[in-house]
Design a protein around this ligand. Structure first.
Ligand SMILES: *Cc1c(COP(=O)(O)O)cnc(C)c1O
Length: 455
């Protein structure tokens, strides 16, 4: 291998010439010298010039055990010499079977049927189509609508966009979308019902959701929710009991509960799955980001025997679930996913999180004393720091000021990579981050917030 084939400058030029980056204003991108990542080690990303960056957002919320983990690498190398890919259309494959069987042991009870795809958006497309076809098979083709939440994010393909609720990402595509019934979601810092304090509200937002169900349930296939935490919407944490109450309503009104655990799954919230924190068993659950430890694209939509059985019948009944993706159940990704589950257990990853989660909670409280930190929100090893122009009135910074982006640019100078959600600074490191690295992450973000907002 010849590492010196391209200089950093050549790579940057070629990137600007050919690569269109996601969620990126390329006109701004082209004006800057971008970091070109070449290697990874533990929680660090290393660029072509040897610069090191703490991966504060776990490479888009996917990384669990660190980069280039020796045992994950070995599992991948071992699998590539056995089989790189074969289809699940008409054939079974070893690794996809074993991963499903292992996942069945740890997913909420009753979720035993696994439909593979390759990313979070496809997992949600599958969930939506599965829920609707289930209703059709039950003799309810009129049940075609979905209850969704404001500020929700479920991916960027059209079905996933339709069930999303983030204006800046989704409004443009409205003419291409199907309609949903949108419920307001708890964003307690900016409560739509005007409550200032979460402890006094008695979760009145539940009443509005119940009214929606009362009115529309008969035409609904399902309700779609990001359990505990709306991630891309700004790290919005739901009050304790909200998820369980939603489950109860779904049961009472007979709509399927679809839990999008693409971001929250695999330990992020301090349990293996967010639903488990409130003893909730959804009817359908989508998993992706952490499933293959951040190594390869893989996703799965999990459901119950009850939903699965509705699709059984003779060939001519046309009950088949006509859906599938080319790289469904890829053996390389499944092999890494299996090894990752083994590491979760052997290294007691979840147990070791609890101390870090507590430390983070205390550290975030200190940030709240800063003059432009309006709110801090935490759910396990995920957190958001919302910056505001005026702390008294909770007045937001105008988005054109790019305050979040500016803070993250500042942090980068001190060797921390983060990516904001609007005015909210995100903390979402690999789960194995050490306490000293976590401290560094928080110190650098605090200094960067101070520099950008107080100068
Ligand atoms: C990231 C994300 C998705 C979409 O996953 P992709 O792999 O980017 O398509 C869906 N739902 C949630 C909650 C996510 O955070």
């Amino acid at each position: 291998m010849d590492d010196s084939r391209y200089t950093t400058e050549q790579l940057r030029q070629l990137d600007k010439r050919h690569v269109w980056h996601p969620f990126t204003q390329m006109q701004d991108w082209d004006l800057e010298d971008q970091i070109v990542i070449e290697r990874g080690a533990g929680c660090w990303l290393i660029d072509t010039e040897g610069g090191r960056y703490l991966d504060g957002v776990a490479s888009m919320w996917t990384n669990v055990h660190g980069h280039c983990h020796p045992e994950l690498n070995a599992a991948l190398k071992q699998q590539v010499d056995r089989l790189e890919h074969s289809t699940l259309l008409g054939l079974a494959s070893e690794q996809s079977i074993m991963l499903a069987a292992e996942l069945a042991k740890i997913t909420p009870p009753g979720l035993d049927r696994f439909f593979y795809s390759d990313n979070g958006s496809t997992a949600m497309e599958v969930a939506v189509k599965m829920a609707y076809q289930y209703q059709v098979h039950g003799g309810h083709p009129e049940r075609s609508r979905f209850i969704t939440f404001k500020n929700a994010y479920h991916g960027d393909t059209l079905g996933a966009v339709s069930i999303g609720g983030i204006g800046i990402y989704h409004t443009t595509f409205k003419p291409l979308m199907f309609e949903t019934i949108q419920a307001s979601a708890p964003y307690c810092y900016r409560c739509e019902l005007g409550f200032q304090d979460q402890r006094s509200c008695g979760m009145r937002c539940m009443d509005a959701l119940e009214s929606l169900l009362q009115e529309h349930a008969g035409l609904c296939a399902g309700l779609v929710i990001e359990p505990l935490l709306q991630g891309a919407g700004g790290m919005l944490v739901q009050p304790t009991g909200f998820l369980a109450a939603v489950r109860e309503l779904c049961t009472r009104y007979g709509v399927l509960m679809i839990a999008d655990e693409v971001a929250t799954g695999f330990g992020r919230t301090g349990s293996m799955f967010a639903c488990q924190r409130e003893n909730v068993v959804p009817d359908i659950m989508a998993l992706s980001k952490g499933i293959a430890a951040g190594y390869l694209p893989l996703a799965v939509t999990v459901t119950t025997d009850h939903v699965y059985s509705a699709f059984l019948g003779s060939y001519s009944d046309l009950k088949t679930f006509f859906h599938g993706h080319t790289f469904t159940g890829n053996p390389l990704a499944c092999a890494v996913g299996l090894k990752s589950l083994e590491l979760f257990e052997r290294d007691s990853i979840i147990d070791h999180l609890q101390h870090k989660i507590e430390w983070l909670e205390n550290r975030l409280k200190l940030l709240l004393e800063m003059s432009h930190v309006g709110d801090v929100r935490q759910c396990g090893m995920a957190a958001g720091i919302e910056l505001v122009e005026n702390k008294q009135t909770r007045q937001a910074y105008p988005w054109e000021q790019k305050i979040g982006i500016r803070v993250c640019c500042e942090a980068r100078k001190s060797g921390v990579f983060s990516r904001p959600l609007g005015n909210t600074i995100v903390i979402y490191p690999p789960l194995v981050i050490s306490e000293s690295e976590l401290e560094l992450l928080l110190d650098v973000l605090q200094q960067s917030i101070k520099k950008v907002t107080e100068s």
